[in-house]
Design a protein around this ligand. Structure first.
Ligand SMILES: NC(=O)c1ccc[n+]([C@@H]2O[C@H](COP(=O)([O-])OP(=O)(O)OC[C@H]3O[C@@H](n4cnc5c(N)ncnc54)[C@H](O)[C@@H]3O)[C@@H](O)[C@H]2O)c1
Length: 339
């Protein structure tokens, strides 16, 4: 049973990944400082898998604590590093907070991994590195565009830091997974997305509006050059995304990687417009959503969806669940949380 550290393992994507790792027999140790999650998530994971992961409440910005952790868990085979701050708008207002939390934590972990005889590392990157891509669907070879926010920049810089480190560290193997738009919740409704404050993402905003927490959903612009005029994204079910982490980690453990730093897009390959997401929600929930079309929002990309050929062929991974599945699970989760 290989032991693996999951940082940010009580967060949205981390918690779903811990479930899939435990289902595959890995021994999971979670580090989280609970800055954007709740300790209750640990119970949710335990209830789904029947096994409580080891948990250490620790702020990864505290270098000496990170060093102590690795001394205590020297048998760790690798790390899936989710822990980061992720609110794009906040990152514009508080850039140093983002550079400190997203970059220093990465550096401290890599420094510890360098000391191990062999280590595997998975990094949570984002399709934000592509900006408004010139060609759709977006392949991994699309040019990296100038980041539009400090948050986006931490993902670009993060990838560069890992690439540079891997170049000179033969015992380190890494994969950066570029997520498109993770949505949905575990089908058990025992874990899901728990935004603190006003949701920054479309799907929690939809479910919170439907349950009465928000008055209305604003759709920013319906005059874009897309079939229905609203922006297009690639919404991927969080459980599919979680499973991709297990596959990617196994690839490194079994030395099936082609180089010691690789990147993969994780999406469905299909773009859905904001209105299509709203209609999917209405269809699966039977609720009528209160929404209004308002003016365009500055900085919004018109359309982004993944070319998933590389992940399909190289990782042997493909998303299985539909947008309707995601909306159904997100709605069930919202009802449990507010119930
Ligand atoms: N959700 C998305 O839409 C999306 C898209 C692309 C990439 N990502 C990236 O995926 C990762 C996970 O995203 P998520 O949606 O699960 O976010 P999340 O906020 O739900 O989870 C992140 C977790 O990390 C923890 N954390 C943050 N800073 C920490 C620190 N210094 N020490 C210890 N723990 C810390 C938080 O408490 C939280 O539980 C992030 O790196 C994010 O940037 C997310």
């Amino acid at each position: 049973m290989d032991k693996i550290l999951v940082t940010g393992g009580l967060g949205f994507i981390g918690s779903h990944t811990v479930v899939e790792l435990q289902n595959e027999g890995y021994e999971v140790v979670i580090i989280d400082d609970l800055s954007n999650s709740s300790i209750k998530v640990l119970d949710g994971i335990t209830s789904i898998t029947g096994k409580k992961p080891i948990f250490e409440k620790l702020d990864l910005k505290e270098k000496s604590k990170v060093e102590d952790f690795f001394k205590k868990h020297s048998d760790i085979k690798g790390v899936i590093h989710f822990a980061a701050s992720k609110a794009v708008g906040e990152s514009v207002k508080e850039p140093l907070l983002y550079y400190e939390n997203n970059i220093s934590t990465l550096v401290y972990i890599l420094k510890e991994l360098k000391k191990l005889p062999e280590a595997s590392f998975i990094f949570s990157s984002s399709c934000t590195v592509y900006g408004q891509a010139d060609e759709l669907p977006i392949t991994e070879n699309a040019p990296i565009k100038q980041a539009e926010s400090p948050y986006g920049n931490t993902k670009q810089m993060g990838e560069e830091i890992i690439r540079d480190t891997c170049k000179v560290t033969q015992n380190l193997k890494a994969i950066a997974l570029r997520y498109f738009n993770p949505v949905g919740a575990h089908e058990s409704a025992k874990i899901g997305e728990l935004p603190i404050g006003v949701p920054q993402n479309l799907v929690p905003f939809i479910t919170q509006t439907a349950i009465g927490l928000r008055e209305q959903l604003s759709i920013f612009g319906d005059d874009y050059p897309t079939p229905d005029g609203t922006c297009i994204r690639d919404y991927i079910h969080v459980v599919d995304l979680a499973k991709a982490h297990v596959v990617a980690f196994k690839r490194l453990l079994e030395n099936n990687n082609k180089s010691n730093f690789e990147t993969f897009n994780l999406g469905t390959g299909k773009g859905s417009s904001v209105l299509e997401v709203v209609h999917s929600f209405e269809r699966v929930s039977g609720e009528k959503l209160n929404y209004e079309i308002v003016g365009r929002r500055e900085g919004d990309i018109i359309s982004a969806y993944a070319d998933t050929t590389k992940a399909n062929n190289e990782l042997g991974w493909k998303s299985q669940l539909s947008l309707d599945d995601a909306m159904r699970s997100a709605w069930k989760w919202e009802q449990v949380v507010r119930g």
